[in-house]
Design a protein around this ligand. Structure first.
Ligand code: BGC
Length: 392
């Protein structure tokens, strides 16, 4: 993307340089950006003076360092920026909406023009978005949608409903006969994506629950709604509230263990598990694997975290969904550049955030199983083979 045109490269370099200073950056460029025909100048890490505040147009805020998913995003942002000859530091909210707001306020006071933010809590982040809008800053919601405010200009995302549908389809393809044991787990209710993932899974699984292929074992709320093909947000909230992992490994593990304690041996045997992401999938899979009455389990996931790719190779996790973070980063930077140039980013869809329809360009996702893990993850250049053992 950086080689497309000289203007584009120069603009990216400007963004890269200024993201650095916006984030109290590690390195600023030592020289003015070079013409696109020559390689971008490499920064000297510590000696360069920070760019003046008036030249700080973009800030990036991510939710937590405690999940490999967001470290992936940080790394991919850094890689993309480095490709233009720079390094960047990115601010993390560490699961705390107050810290997130403080991060955003700090960036605003440094003079950013565009904010790329993945909210910790979609609704709580509205205040940060409002503050940015008030300061004339364009707000790009990154991966997760900021809710209940009109101060979101654009949403860079994957097709999250398709993620849930991929889980549902995978489990359907593995099930035979009727009465298959189904366990449902969800993300954090404070994350709008948790609803989109659940909606996608429900779209696929509900007809198969209604026809008796699957029997829900761990959610009375889901059982009460199992004849409804389309759930309202409030109805989904009831189910998600009962089976949430909060996106936390320990919550996921404890909930799975509680469910297994409550279940009878007949509810175990071969089980089908909707797990909402890779971190929680590994925690839930470990709990099911440790139960002597569970003979076989099929479990979903998402994010293609390295630990889960190894779990898939080892037969401990059944599938993941690759959301190629390089694409998301590229789209986020392209959107920021569009705003800085006075334009608007490409829109192919929109998502309602409770207040407005936010323009978006959702990206495709890929189902990864043991069968295609080498092609999808290694041959595609996403991760090197040397990161894994036992890959064939
Ligand atoms: C993201 C997932 C991630 C989850 C937990 C979701 O909003 O889309 O990729 O696993 O949050 O951090």
């Amino acid at each position: 993307m950086f080689k497309k045109s000289s203007l584009y490269v120069l603009t990216i370099m400007l963004v890269a340089a200024t993201v650095l200073s916006a984030c109290g950056g590690a390195a600023a460029p030592t020289a003015a950006p070079q013409p696109a025909t020559s390689a971008p100048a490499k920064p000297a890490a510590t000696t360069a003076p920070a760019a003046p505040a008036s030249k700080v147009p973009v800030g990036i805020v991510l939710p937590t360092k405690d999940e490999p998913r967001w470290i992936q995003d940080q790394t991919r942002f850094q890689d993309a920026l480095k490709a233009a000859g720079y390094e960047a530091q990115i601010l993390f909210s560490q699961g705390d909406s107050a810290k997130e707001k403080a991060n955003v306020e700090a960036l605003i006071s440094q003079g950013i023009k565009v904010l790329i933010i993945c909210p910790q809590d979609g609704t709580a982040a509205a205040a940060a978005a409002d503050a940015a809008r008030k300061a004339g800053v364009k707000v790009i919601s990154y991966d997760r949608l900021i809710r209940d405010t009109d101060a979101v200009d654009y949403y860079v995302t994957f097709d999250s409903v398709a993620v849930g549908a991929a889980w549902g389809q995978y489990l359907i393809d593995k099930a035979t006969g009727k009465g298959n044991n189904l366990y449902l787990y969800a993300g954090a209710p404070s994350d709008n994506n948790a609803f989109l993932f659940f909606e996608g899974a429900w779209n696929k699984l509900q007809p198969k629950i209604a026809d008796g292929t699957f029997v829900i074992k761990n959610s009375s709320q889901a059982v009460a709604l199992q004849d409804k093909a389309k759930l309202t947000r409030d109805e989904m909230a009831k189910i998600i509230g009962q089976v949430t992992t909060e996106w936390k490994f320990d919550v996921a593990k404890n909930r799975a263990e509680d469910n297994l304690t409550a279940a009878k041996p007949a509810d175990k045997g071969t089980v089908f598990i909707v797990a909402p992401n890779d971190g929680t999938a590994r925690a839930i899979a470990d709990a099911f694997k440790a139960d002597k009455d569970v003979k076989t389990y099929y479990i979903s996931g998402q994010d293609a975290e390295k630990a889960s790719i190894q779990y898939i190779i080892d037969g401990k996790q059944s599938m993941t969904v690759l959301k190629d973070v390089r694409t998301l980063v590229k789209d986020a930077i392209a959107a920021a550049v569009a705003y800085l140039k006075g334009g608007t980013p490409e829109k192919t869809n929109s998502y309602n955030n409770g207040k407005v329809d936010v323009p978006a360009k959702p990206s495709a996702i890929v189902t990864v199983t043991k069968d295609n893990v080498k092609a999808a993850i290694v041959d595609s250049g996403y991760y090197p083979a040397s990161d894994f053992t036992g890959l064939k």
